[in-house]
Ligand binder design. Structure first.
Ligand code: CU
Length: 508
């Protein structure tokens, strides 16, 4: 039996402080903090249950299935931490987390278990937090009982009555802001009879981030409440960051294995159309009720604050792409991951060829050579700056690498990855006399688009290029033109973001 007395001593002043800190207006969206009632007197048969410490895992990992056939008293220790981490390359964000990362630690318990839950708010936190577990039967799902000031710890007990996969999240006002900063995770209440055995289990959660800067704008970003209210997030991502399941961070499996994904949506607002390109879900447990799976599903709808469990056997090798099939979220906001399957081909089921680079663009490259080279060059600059002020060459090289990422995410679709365009449809950028002739005009074309006849290297094209002013920042335009002007045999100076800004203002 564990001794819990010290925790109650800490909880009472925590709640008193919290009550004093918060005005009633702030508490309307959730259950307000309640006075600590003291330890619950558990009946002897519960007191007698074996005690177990829950194993918590960070995504995409899942704690192992249970071997035991009996109920236990499970102790969960979850720590809240506010941490600065990568949201995308060059973009940082102050995430509020359960367990240090987004989504929060995966908790696995068994139907019938009595859970002694400890929520510990790290002393470095700036705000109080709590937890609402959808697996809890009781007011606020535990929110009122777990309200915890920085440097304090709360405790409450619940019994897991209903098997299923459940979202948990912070319910401290303003609730959408706490969830929007990453305060969500999942708890699996495994049915007494267990789940069918599989070879691999993964944990993936979708959530959107409402940054003040637009997608890709570098630096430390903060939460934009106006965008959240309008439900216009610059980022929609899996597992807390763009590219968290891409390249060498991809999920993996071997041909012939059965894979189960516990997929949830933290939101705070958007519903997901979860799909894996090139796979069919053999089974989907709709809305994560763990009975009566649906079979042979292509795309499954997962509500905000909800979850699903999908299972499938991988039959052929290759890279399978996890997306929210609301596809601008996948291709423009980050909701894209990968499952890499290795093993022998089965050319009857599928004849061959790997991921299609033109289809995926920069996403196929994420975490790849170009991003790594950019990081290398940046650290080279930092070292160089100490001893040598002549760093212009390196800055240009960085622009080229960044510009390549913009190009491979956008321009490649028309002008082609090799810059040669398509005869009669898209003019070449490689060796283009038209491009070389006027640098400012190139900036205007990217900003405002282009239509009507143009003669490039003696060939007339009469088509239309869409404007990119709403899509790209000044820096991204400078970078992409620097890349274009220094690739495929083109030679030229770097473009500066300031110059692009000036032209943008001129032609506004
Ligand atoms: Cu919170």
């Amino acid at each position: 039996m564990t001794s819990l007395i010290h925790l109650t001593h800490r909880t009472v002043p925590a709640l008193a402080l919290a009550v004093a800190l918060l005005s009633p207006a702030l508490l309307r969206a959730d259950e307000g903090p309640t006075e600590a009632k003291g330890l619950v007197a558990l009946p002897p048969e519960v007191e007698a249950l074996p005690v177990e410490q829950a194993i918590l895992t960070a995504a995409p990992n899942v704690p192992p299935p249970f071997k035991r056939q009996y109920s236990a008293r499970v102790i969960v220790n979850l720590e809240v931490r506010e941490v600065v981490k990568r949201l995308a390359d060059g973009v940082e964000y102050t995430f509020w987390t359960y367990g240090g990362s987004v989504p929060g630690s995966f908790i696995r318990i068994r139907e019938g278990d009595v859970v002694e839950f400890h929520l510990n708010n790290h002393p470095s936190s700036k705000l109080p937090h709590n937890i609402d577990l959808h697996a809890v039967t009781g007011p606020g799902g535990g929110a009122a009982s777990s309200f915890t000031a920085p440097g304090h710890s709360s405790q409450f007990t619940f019994q897991a009555l209903n098997p299923g996969l459940y979202v948990y999240h912070c319910a401290t006002a303003p609730v959408p802001m706490h969830i929007g900063n990453g305060m969500y995770g999942m708890i699996l209440v495994e049915p007494k009879e267990g789940l069918p055995p599989v070879d691999r289990e993964y944990y993936v959660m979708q959530g959107e981030f409402y940054t003040t800067g637009r997608y890709g704008e570098e630096g430390l970003q903060s939460f934009d409440m106006a965008k959240a209210i309008d439900e216009r997030p610059p980022y929609v991502v899996f597992n807390g960051a763009v590219g968290s399941l891409v390249g060498d961070r991809a999920l993996t499996a071997k041909v012939g294995e059965r894979v189960r994904i516990y997929f949830g949506v933290g939101g705070p607002n958007l519903t997901s159309s979860f799909h894996i390109i090139g796979e069919i879900f053999d089974k989907v447990y709709p809305e994560a009720g763990l009975h009566l799976p649906n079979t042979n599903v292509q795309t499954t709808l997962v509500p905000s604050g909800g979850a699903t469990v999908v299972e499938f056997k991988v039959e052929v090798p290759g890279t399978f792409i996890l997306v929210d099939h609301s596809l601008t979220r996948a291709f423009n906001k980050g909701a894209l991951g990968m499952l890499k399957v290795s093993g022998p081909e089965n050319r009857v089921i599928y004849s061959g060829k790997e991921i299609d680079a033109v289809y995926l663009g920069a996403q196929a490259e994420a975490g790849s050579t170009s991003a790594k080279r950019e990081a290398e060059l940046k650290s080279q600059i930092a070292a160089e700056m100490k001893s040598n002020p002549a760093i212009a060459g390196l800055t240009k090289e960085i622009q080229i690498e960044k510009g390549k990422q913009v190009y491979m995410g956008l321009c490649f679709a028309c002008h082609q990855p090799d810059g040669r365009g398509l005869p009669g449809a898209f003019p070449p950028l490689a060796g283009s006399d038209f491009l070389q002739a006027d640098r400012d005009r190139a900036v205007r074309i990217v900003l405002k688009g282009l239509s009507g006849p143009v003669v490039v290297n003696g060939q007339t094209i009469n088509s239309l290029m869409p404007p990119q002013e709403a899509v790209l920042t000044d820096a991204q335009i400078a970078d992409v033109l620097t890349y274009v002007n220094n690739s495929w045999g083109n030679k030229g100076d770097a473009f500066s973001a300031d110059k692009v800004k000036a032209i943008r203002n001129e032609i506004r």
